[in-house]
Design a protein around this ligand. Structure first.
Ligand code: GLP
Length: 234
C-alpha cells in the first residue's frame, strides 16, 4: 500500500487526477467511481481537464435503495452533477436503487462488474472504515449486496438530507471481493474525522471489522490522505 500525504483536498484532487491521466494514457477503459464529499476535488480536476472518457465505461460503487435517479440525494444525481454532465462515458453503470428485487439487482450488478474488469477503482472511506457501503463485518470476498447501513453511516450522511430520518436505511453496494479485483485501487481521505479509520486501515491487522484494511493485501493500492487524515499514523 502506497501512502501519499498531501496538504489538503485540493492538492489531493490534483494527485488523483495525475493517476487517472496516467491510467488513461496506458489504455485503461473501465473506471470504478465513488461518491461522497471526498472525490469532489478529483472530479473537479477531471471536469476542468481535456481528458476524454467517451470511449470508457464507468461503474459506480453503490446507490441508496429506494431513491430514484432524479432524487438530488441519489448517487445517480451526484454523478451527473459532479462528472457525467461534463465528462460523459460511453456507458455508466450504477446499481438501480428502485429495483426492489434485491437478488435480481445484485446479480445483475455483479455480472456487469465481472464482464467489465475495472482498471482503476476510486474509493473514499467511512469513519468506521467502510468502503463502498460495505460496513464493518462485511466479508472480504463479498459480492454486490443489499446492505443495512449502520447508525454511524446514517448520521454521517445525514448532512446531505433535510433530516436524519430521510436517509435511506439500505443501499446496494459492490462487494469487497469485487472491489479487490480492480487492477489499481485509489483511496482518498481528508479531514480529522477519517484519521482513526486511516490508522486502522494502514497500520492495523487486516480484519473484516475494518473493511478498508483489506487493501493491505492488494497488489496496487494507492492512498491519498491530507495531513489531518494522516495525523494518527506512526
Ligand atoms: N457510500 C459512501 C462511501 O463510498 C464514501 O466513501 C463514504 C465517505 O463519504 P465522504 O467522502 O462524504 O466522507 O460515504 C458513503 O457512505
Amino acid at each position: 500500500m502506497k501512502v501519499i500525504i498531501v496538504k489538503n483536498a485540493a492538492e489531493g484532487g490534483k494527485k488523483a487526477f495525475e493517476i487517472f491521466k496516467k491510467k488513461l494514457d496506458e489504455g485503461a477503459t473501465v473506471f470504478g467511481l465513488a461518491t461522497g464529499g471526498t472525490p469532489e476535488t478529483t472530479y473537479q480536476e477531471l471536469c476542468d481537464s481535456d481528458l476524454d472518457f467517451s470511449n470508457c465505461i464507468s461503474i459506480n460503487l453503490d446507490e441508496y435503495v429506494g431513491l430514484p435517479a432524479d432524487n438530488p440525494q441519489s448517487y445517480h444525481y451526484y454523478m451527473k452533477k459532479h462528472l457525467f454532465e461534463k465528462k460523459p462515458f460511453a456507458h455508466s453503470y450504477l446499481p438501480d436503487g428502485q429495483n426492489d428485487d434485491a437478488k435480481v439487482e445484485c446479480e445483475r450488478y455483479s455480472r456487469i462488474i465481472a464482464e467489465n474488469p475495472v482498471d482503476l477503482q476510486l474509493l473514499g472511506i467511512g469513519r468506521n472504515g467502510h468502503i463502498g457501503f460495505n460496513e464493518p463485518g462485511s466479508a472480504f470476498d463479498g459480492r454486490t449486496q443489499k446492505i443495512r447501513l449502520t447508525e454511524s453511516t446514517i448520521a454521517a450522511n445525514a448532512r446531505y438530507f433535510e433530516n436524519e430520518n430521510d436517509v435511506p436505511k439500505y443501499a446496494y453496494s459492490m462487494g469487497i471481493g469485487e472491489i479487490m479485483q480492480a487492477k489499481t485501487v485509489l483511496l482518498e481521505a481528508y479531514g480529522k474525522d477519517k484519521a482513526d479509520a486511516i490508522k486502522k486501515m494502514v497500520e492495523g491487522e487486516p480484519t473484516e471489522e475494518v473493511p478498508a484494511s483489506v487493501l493491505q493485501t492488494h497488489d496496487d493500492a494507492i492512498v491519498i490522505v491530507d495531513e489531518d487524515a494522516a495525523s494518527l499514523l506512526r
